[in-house]
Design a protein around this ligand. Structure first.
Ligand code: NAP
Length: 293
């Protein structure tokens, strides 16, 4: 009976469970019956997850994986497949943001951003697909962002990575449908996690006193800080959306999370496109130019 239950338990592989949304999602999925395997670059730094798992009374396996190191991706996916024989859900969560106006962001900083958020995520997905195709079932979730739906200040390269994942996700959804594999995008608005502190990377050029964008960027950062502090979205909201994506019979293509992003997208949908673009530009750019003058 125990062996039967083990075989029936669905296996979820989640990237980036050391903190924030990945950690919360790992705990929720484990509490709801998934066998969760989470990835971290350095599993020895997994104490936050360990404490949360103990408090929730669940067990979570951790494997080492760095999205910028192809060998660790191959190794991690092979380890999970060998141990459990299936991967029923892949949650592509790991990622970070580089902040700065585009011209202040170096080519190297942009490439690193794409290596992690896009090419690393593509490599993990590619590594998992043969197993899911063989099973003729599976769920793939890309944790993108509202920044993957609409541009915002000082976030060009990050936004480009999330738009890229949205495009990949839409295409993969079509290509995988004949194999019974469903693809969803979970698009969080701002959530106060270490994404905005310890993991945040500000482009060197954006910090330079010589930057022609300095005053604008500083005001954009003040706006972002306010948005982070006042955001009503909690990591649990994103975890719930991921759970819906991996467990609903008919998962949605997109799960936009948060009242602010939902309101913005609703206004965009209801307004004529040109009128919306003008209004959005006026609202965003007006703030930083007014502050500078
Ligand atoms: N927080 C927000 O406002 C927000 C909004 C929209 C979308 N998102 C997206 O949500 C996801 C999770 O963000 P979060 O808020 O939970 O941030 P977080 O607390 O900083 O967690 C990010 C996770 O990504 C992992 N990671 C970073 N670079 C990696 C790499 N090269 N290889 C493997 N793992 C790597 C980190 O692992 P290590 O422990 O190894 O560093 C960490 O576990 C990200 O994709 C982010 O873009 C966040």
């Amino acid at each position: 009976m125990l062996t039967f239950l083990f075989l029936m338990t669905k296996v979820a592989l989640i990237s980036g469970v050391s903190s924030g949304l990945g950690l919360e999602t790992a705990i929720l999925l484990a509490k709801r019956g998934f066998r969760v395997v989470g990835t971290m670059r350095d599993p020895s730094r997994g104490s936050e997850l360990g404490k949360a798992a103990t408090a929730a009374g669940v067990g979570i396996d951790v494997v080492a994986m760095d999205l910028t190191d192809a060998a660790t991706i191959t190794h991690a996916v092979a380890e999970v497949t060998a141990k459990y024989g299936s991967i029923d859900a892949l949650v592509n969560n790991a990622g970070y943001q580089v902040r700065g106006f585009f011209e202040d962001t170096s080519d190297a900083e942009i490439r690193q951003q794409f290596e992690t958020n896009v090419f690393g995520t593509m490599a993990v997905t590619r590594a998992v697909l043969p197993q899911m195709r063989a099973q003729r079932s599976g769920r793939i979730v890309f944790v993108t962002s509202i920044a993957g739906r609409i541009g915002s200040l000082g976030l060009g390269p990050y936004s480009a990575t999330k738009f890229a994942l949205e495009g990949l996700g839409e295409t993969l959804a079509l290509e995988m449908a004949p194999f019974g594999i469903r693809v969803s995008m979970v698009e969080p608005g701002i959530v106060n996690t270490s994404f905005w502190s310890a993991s945040l990377h500000v482009a060197a050029g954006a910090k330079s006193a010589a930057s022609p964008y300095r005053a604008y960027f500083e005001e954009a950062e003040r706006m972002a800080e306010w948005a982070v502090k006042s955001s009503p979205i909690r990591p649990a909201d994103i975890a719930e959306a991921v759970f819906q994506a991996v467990s609903s019979k008919r998962p949605h293509r997109r799960y936009l999370v948060g009242s602010r992003p939902k309101a913005l997208m609703l206004v965009r949908r209801l307004m004529p496109q040109e009128m919306f673009e003008r209004m959005y530009e006026k609202a965003v750019v007006g703030r930083i130019t007014k502050a500078k003058s």
